[in-house]
Design a protein around this ligand. Structure first.
Ligand SMILES: Cc1cc2nc3c(=O)[nH]c(=O)nc-3n(C[C@H](O)[C@H](O)[C@H](O)COP(=O)(O)O)c2cc1C
Length: 378
């Protein structure tokens, strides 16, 4: 018999850290930095494995991959080589002890009965440490590759609702049930074993449109959203609104942000490296292809907004730029925690090269601020 694990323990990622810190995007070549610099991230398995073990030993909380089926092109074919996330997560869960590892599932592409079982398998390998990132939206050309039916936003999210309802039912104690919905027609469905420890896996979502936000409020435990670059008050308002929206549905919700970290011993060095990677040596051809895919051009959004978006996408496909010396980087994280964020998924240009300095300099500062426990000792 496996020990009982509650959903609250899963949401706490099995520890008492008040600010959860995870690594975002390491399963993709170039990670989240659209850059030409030669030290950019490989995304290869040996590097992922070393990174996960380093993160696990240091007591970081999670790893969150990106499900990408086709690179963006440009000079580096940005995110052109990616490890499939459920198999990646299962491998990393087998090689670690504490980390929560997410798998990212595009609901329109995965049959829910197969996905439910793949997730349960990963969850057993990780003894309750698997998390599901459910993605409903898509890049059109990726889905064309699959011959997947194109649906409008509303219908996509309606399909996503039936999908997650089916998966949760398969994980429950119900057996031999029929589903006769708008999208799925299944007979005598059963799935065994159940998820590890008597509770279902943690579910995250990052729906940003009104229908996506509503979906997240109804279904997820961890909501990833954009916080304000400059104002703690504005970030706090964003976090509070999401929590209130969930509470109105009788649900508890943790809110997470996304950050792109450039940490050096001085502010000047950090500013210079940031400029070097994501301005002087950005893969601008890839950036322009990403923007074109999202129909962001001077014609559609105006010249000023286009320029802003171009800069934002070069530095990490959106997300908060956290650039500074250790005191400044730690202070930004402390401010995000005080705005109510439960955690943050961060990325680096080269995760393995840059993480040790982050662990040595930032974790002790967050411990002193009461936001994190001491690093594990074993
Ligand atoms: C932290 C985070 C992780 C995401 N992961 C993926 C992903 O792996 N694959 C993907 O196609 N979209 C991913 N997305 C996109 C969201 O799932 C979502 O589609 C997007 O924020 C737009 O919202 P909408 O679908 O409501 O328009 C991610 C977004 C965020 C902020």
């Amino acid at each position: 018999m496996s020990p009982t694990i509650t959903l609250q323990q899963r949401m706490a990622m099995h520890n008492a850290n008040r600010l959860k810190i995870g690594l975002f995007g390491a399963n993709c070549s170039s990670g989240r930095a659209v850059t030409l610099v030669p030290e950019r991230w490989s995304g290869a398995w040996p590097d992922n494995l070393r990174l996960a073990r380093m993160a696990d030993d240091a007591g970081l909380d999670f790893m969150l991959p990106i499900a990408r089926w086709k690179g963006y092109g440009g000079d580096t074919d940005y995110q052109g080589a990616t490890l499939e996330t459920l198999t990646w997560a299962t491998g990393l869960l087998a090689a670690t002890k504490r980390l929560t590892v997410f798998g990212t599932v595009h609901a329109p592409l995965f049959h829910p009965i197969i996905a439910a079982k793949q997730i349960v398998t990963a969850d057993h390998v990780g003894q309750g440490r698997f998390g599901l990132n459910i993605v409903i939206g898509w890049n059109e050309d990726e889905f064309d590759m699959f011959g997947a039916t194109t649906r409008d936003q509303e219908t996509r999210y309606a399909h996503g609702q039936e999908w997650i309802d089916a998966v949760k039912r398969i994980w429950s104690d119900e057996e031999d049930f029929d589903i006769d919905g708008e999208f799925f027609h299944f007979k005598k469905v059963r799935g065994k074993p159940k998820p590890y420890g008597g509770s279902r896996p943690l579910i995250m979502n990052a729906g940003a449109s009104p229908v996506g936000h509503a979906y997240a409020m109804r279904n997820c435990d961890a909501y990833f959203t954009q916080v304000d670059r400059d104002s703690v008050e504005k970030s706090a308002a964003i976090v509070q609104k999401a929590k209130d929206d969930a509470r109105a549905l009788g649900r508890a919700l943790d809110v997470y942000g996304v950050g792109v970290v450039t940490l050096k011993s001085t502010q000047k060095k950090a500013d210079e490296y940031y400029r070097h990677c994501v301005i002087d040596h950005a893969d601008w051809n890839a950036v322009d292809l990403i923007l074109a895919k999202k129909k962001i051009s001077p014609q559609t959004v105006g010249a000023e907004q286009h320029h802003k978006q171009r800069m934002g996408y070069a530095q990490g496909m959106g997300g908060l730029a956290i650039v500074g010396d250790p005191d400044r980087v730690a202070q930004i994280l402390i401010n995000l925690a005080s705005a109510g964020l439960r955690g943050i998924g961060i990325s680096f240009v080269n995760y393995l090269d840059e993480l040790p300095y982050f662990l040595d300099e930032i974790l002790p500062r967050l411990e002193r601020a009461g936001l994190r426990e001491r690093r594990p000792q074993d």
